[in-house]
Ligand binder design. Structure first.
Ligand SMILES: O=c1ccn([C@@H]2O[C@H](COP(=O)(O)O)[C@@H](O)[C@H]2O)c(=O)[nH]1
Length: 244
C-alpha cells in the first residue's frame, strides 16, 4: 500500500512508453500496475498502436500525456488538436516554434471538440520549447540561433503563455526562469531526468529527479531509466522514494 506522499510523488511522474508496439508497452504498463503515474504516449507508440491504445489506458483510469509535438500550419494543428481532445487525453503538446497563431489554433481545436461533447474533459495544452537533447553548441552552431538556450526557452515559454497555453516542456534546468517569466501556475513538464549514475543517452540538459523537484517542476517525464531497467517497477519505486 502506497503512502500519501508516495502517491503524490508518483502523480508527478510521466512514464514515457517509447515502444514499437502495443504488446511491449502493455507489458511495461502491467508491471507498474497500482502506481498512479501518468502514462506518456509518444510518436513511436502512437504511430504503431494508435488511438485504441490511448483509449485502453483511459479505460483503466490512467492519466495520459499524448506527446505528438504538433508543428504544422494553424488549420492542420487545429484539426489535430480537435481529434486528440476527442480521444480524452489529459495533456497534449505542440511546438512553440509554430508561433502564436498556430498555438491559438490548437486551443480552437480543443474548444470545438468540447462544444460538441459535454462529457469531454479540457486537456492541458503545452508547448515544447527547446528539446532537452539540444545543447548550447548545437543551438548556436548547427541550428544557427544566437543567444543562450535559456533565452530561447524563456522566449518560447512567453509565446506559449501569450497564446493562452497552460505550460511548456523544457529541461528541469530551466524551470525557475520559466516560472519567473510566466508565473508559478504556468506548468513545467520536464524530460531530461536522469537518476544519479544513469546513462545520458541522447539527452543533453539533464537533472536527477530530486534536483528537478527542488527546481519546482510540476511533472517529470522519465523513459529509459525505467524502460531499460532490469526491473522497471523497482526503478520507479526508487525514484518515488527519492522524491518523498
Ligand atoms: O524536449 C523534449 C521533449 C520530449 N521528450 C520526450 O521525453 C521522453 C524522454 O525519454 P528518456 O528515455 O527519459 O530520455 C521521450 O519520450 C522524449 O520523446 C524529451 O526527451 N525532450
Amino acid at each position: 500500500m502506497m503512502k500519501r506522499n508516495e502517491i503524490e510523488a508518483a502523480g508527478r511522474v510521466m512514464v514515457a512508453l517509447d515502444y514499437p508496439d502495443a504488446a511491449a508497452a502493455e507489458a511495461l504498463v502491467r508491471s507498474l500496475e497500482g502506481i498512479p503515474c501518468y502514462m506518456k504516449v509518444g510518436m513511436q507508440l502512437f504511430y504503431a498502436a494508435g488511438p485504441s491504445f490511448v483509449a485502453g489506458l483511459k479505460e483503466r483510469g490512467y492519466k495520459v500525456f499524448l506527446d505528438l509535438k504538433m508543428h504544422d500550419i494553424p488549420n492542420t494543428v487545429k484539426g489535430g488538436s480537435n481529434s486528440v481532445t476527442k480521444l480524452g487525453v489529459d495533456v497534449f503538446n505542440v511546438h512553440a516554434a509554430g508561433g502564436i497563431q498556430m498555438m491559438e489554433a490548437a486551443l480552437e481545436g480543443v474548444e470545438a471538440a468540447l462544444s460538441g461533447d459535454s462529457s469531454l474533459k479540457r486537456p492541458l495544452v503545452i508547448a515544447v520549447t527547446q528539446l532537452t537533447s539540444t545543447s548550447q553548441s548545437v543551438l548556436n552552431t548547427e541550428i544557427g540561433l544566437s543567444g543562450s538556450v535559456e533565452e530561447a526557452v524563456v522566449r518560447y515559454a512567453k509565446l506559449a503563455k501569450q497564446a493562452g497555453l497552460g505550460g511548456v516542456v523544457a529541461s528541469p534546468q530551466e524551470v525557475q526562469i520559466i516560472k519567473a517569466a510566466c508565473g508559478n501556475d504556468f506548468k513545467t513538464i520536464t524530460p531530461g531526468i536522469r537518476p544519479a549514475g544513469a546513462a545520458l543517452n541522447d539527452q543533453s540538459r539533464i537533472m536527477t529527479p530530486s534536483e528537478a523537484l527542488k527546481q519546482g517542476t510540476d511533472y517529470m517525464v522519465i523513459g529509459r531509466p525505467l524502460t531499460a531497467a532490469a526491473d522497471p517497477r523497482a526503478a520507479l519505486e526508487a525514484i518515488i522514494k527519492e522524491l518523498v
